[in-house]
Design a protein. Sequence first.
Length: 164
Amino acid sequence: MEDLNDSEFLEYAKAYMEGENPTCDDNKFSHYKKAFLSFKKDNAKVSWNWCSFIFGGWHLLYRKAYVGGAIALAITYFLSGTYVAPVICWILAGMFGDYFIYKGFNDKLTEAMSQYQTKEDRLAFLKRCGGINKWVVTLGIVITIISLILIALFIGGLAYLSNA
């Protein structure tokens, strides 16, 4: 991949973060701009993303960071009975969330640079691949509600059994 100056790199990054339906204005992009430049220049991997911390794997899936999102959700849900694992997972998601998003962008940027000759074609490809998954919000809400119902039924069942 050819060496991009910061201005070109950020133009590609913004196209990827916006996707086909621009939702990432300059104010929102400033967070990713700072993190992505740090990852590119300093080879850093740690930053802080409050959305990734609060929403964990759901935010990563929303931002199309599928591997990180799947890992975070698996740890959160399958080890949630330990109480400590989900908290550690939320902290790690906050620390590495931006990097997972950057990694997805960088992989798509490499693909765009090798497949397309013009800047316009590369930007169009990154917009098609990037952006957000709106369906993740609905899925996250549904799964969270189902999880809460199952927890309530489990606790109610335990209470019923202890009184029997």
